[in-house]
Design a binder for this molecule. Structure first.
Ligand code: FMN
Length: 333
């Protein structure tokens, strides 16, 4: 089973990618960057561009194939331009965001907003793949999508269109846009989507995405999608950085490992954003997921949240580790 670390805006930036790769990366096949936006100016935003500069991919022996930059846009020529830029930076693959559910994105017909008008989607994909083929760059172009905007009746139409183009891989988040990231995952609709895609001649490998948070949930999904050999995991890997290892039959997360991971992450963020308060904000994004490992930790978590300096933060974390029982979630593969 291939396991991919999902793109998460503001979270899976290079400090996290590097530290996760260094400590838990042996069972993760690819790390996707948060999206980089295209623009009329044909320039990336400085902050977004910095995240994809190869010089920062310090933990990766082969960032070209292990890190996948993601593109957000809605104009074929801008998207093809961005893919070309990724190629120039050395990347073997670029990914298109067709799944972001955020209203400001969707209203601009980007992210999952691309799924609303299938004729436009068809025309856009035609132009992108045509342009990439003419340039003959050899960059692989993959897609990350959902089952539709509003409901499952849209899925077949979308998959018929995707089947027409030579995407290198398609990741499907098993929900529609209106679900955002909540509610039951739509496993039947996911299976139907794969079926329609294949029946229409679609050749790309398909990756499953959605709510894999433990070995147990992985096994449930796997039993339903037996022909799928790759999964993308987001929140599950943030809350349990060792999840890919556990799914691959390895050891469960150990408290001392988590402690080291948090320390290294702090140091990496400190270089990225040199201001205690902002580093702590970044760490709190992780704690929002990680606190599940500590029993009855409300009080200790509050102290972490209130910390204003590196010293306060470190003391609060030490307090959490020494006073709250560590919960190992799922250990059986
Ligand atoms: C805070 C946050 C930021 C996200 N940012 C992106 C993004 O930049 N690009 C993208 O394709 N998906 C993004 N996603 C979606 C994730 O990649 C993934 O599809 C989603 O979290 C569902 O997978 P999971 O259940 O394994 O977390 C984001 C999700 C969250 C919660």
């Amino acid at each position: 089973m291939k396991i991919y670390f999902a793109p998460m805006e503001g979270i899976t930036l290079y400090p996290l990618r590097n530290i996760h790769k260094e400590m838990f990366g042996e069972c993760v096949d690819k790390y996707y960057t948060p999206f980089v936006s295209t623009a009329r100016t044909y320039k990336f935003k400085k902050r977004e561009q910095r995240d994809i500069l190869p010089e920062f991919a310090i933990s990766f022996d082969d960032y070209k194939s292990e890190v996948v930059p993601q593109i957000m846009g809605n104009k074929a020529e801008q998207i093809a331009w961005a893919a070309k830029k990724m190629y120039e930076l050395g990347y073997r693959e670029a990914n298109l965001n067709m799944g972001c559910p955020v209203a400001t994105v969707v209203n601009r017909h980007k992210g999952s907003g691309l799924l609303e008008d299938t004729d436009k989607l068809d025309a856009m994909l035609y132009e992108i793949f045509d342009s990439l083929e003419k340039e003959n760059l050899g960059i692989e172009f993959s897609l990350k999508t959902r089952l539709g905007m509003h409901d499952e009746s849209e899925t077949a139409g979308i998959m018929e269109i995707l089947a027409k183009y030579p995407a290198s891989e398609i990741t499907i988040h098993s929900r529609v846009r209106d679900d955002y990231y909540k509610g039951a995952i739509r496993l039947d609709a996911f299976c139907d989507a794969v079926k329609v895609y294949r029946e229409n001649g679609g050749k790309a490998p398909i990756a499953y995405n959605g709510d894999i948070t433990s070995v147990e949930s992985f096994n449930i999904v796997k039993s339903r999608i037996s022909d799928i050999d790759r999964v993308m995991i987001g929140r599950g890997l943030i809350s349990n950085p060792a999840l890919a290892r556990e799914i691959s039959g390895g050891e469960a997360l150990k408290p001392e490992e988590l402690r080291t991971y948090l320390d290294k992450l702090y140091d990496a963020y400190e270089e990225y954003i040199p201001e205690d308060r902002n580093v702590i904000f970044k760490m709190l994004e992780h704690w929002a997921f990680l606190h599940v490992h500590f029993k009855d930790c409300d009080k200790q978590l509050k102290v972490i949240r209130k910390s204003r300096s590196k010293g306060e933060y470190r003391a609060a974390v030490a307090n959490m580790f020494s006073n709250c029982e560590f919960i190992v979630e799922q250990t059986q593969a």
